[in-house]
Design a protein around this ligand. Structure first.
Ligand SMILES: [Zn+2]
Length: 134
């Protein structure tokens, strides 16, 4: 019999936490640092004492990069996407998208609210403008 090993790494823990629809990030019990992406070791002090806490999900757009994708078969216009870096209120900076906002309408400094998108086991964190999320 050949059973795969159980997936217990930090990314797997992240997936099970955000299944409640909220953004969770790790906090270091030793130095108090907030951590994203999920890790085994605190990137600030090397501690292993990391705990999961529900984050506010609020943040500020730090930067935006526009990507233009070739048209898919059957489409005539190229697709525009924007990748954003969001500074969470808890501290960590994360790369994400604002799927419902046109790239040119994403402003640096815009207040945003996290949303959990995707399917179980493959959840991704995306953002909406904070005004629209209230
Ligand atoms: Zn630490």
């Amino acid at each position: 019999m050949n059973h795969p090993l159980p997936e217990t790494g930090p990314d797997r823990q992240f997936q099970s936490h955000v299944a409640d629809g909220h953004l969770w990030i790790q906090h270091c019990s030793d130095c108090g640092g907030a951590i994203f992406h999920p890790r085994v070791l605190c990137p600030h002090c090397g501690s292993l004492a990391l705990e999961w806490r529900r984050a506010s999900g609020r943040g500020t757009v730090y930067s935006r990069a526009d990507l233009i994708q070739k048209p898919k078969p059957g489409e005539t216009e190229p697709r525009h996407h924007a990748l954003v870096l969001v500074d969470l209120d808890e501290g960590p900076r994360m790369m994400s998208r604002l799927p419902d906002v046109a790239p040119e309408e994403i402003r640096i400094g815009m207040r945003v609210q996290a949303r959990i998108a995707g399917d179980p086991g493959e959840y991704a964190v995306v953002f909406d403008p904070e005004e629209a999320a209230e």
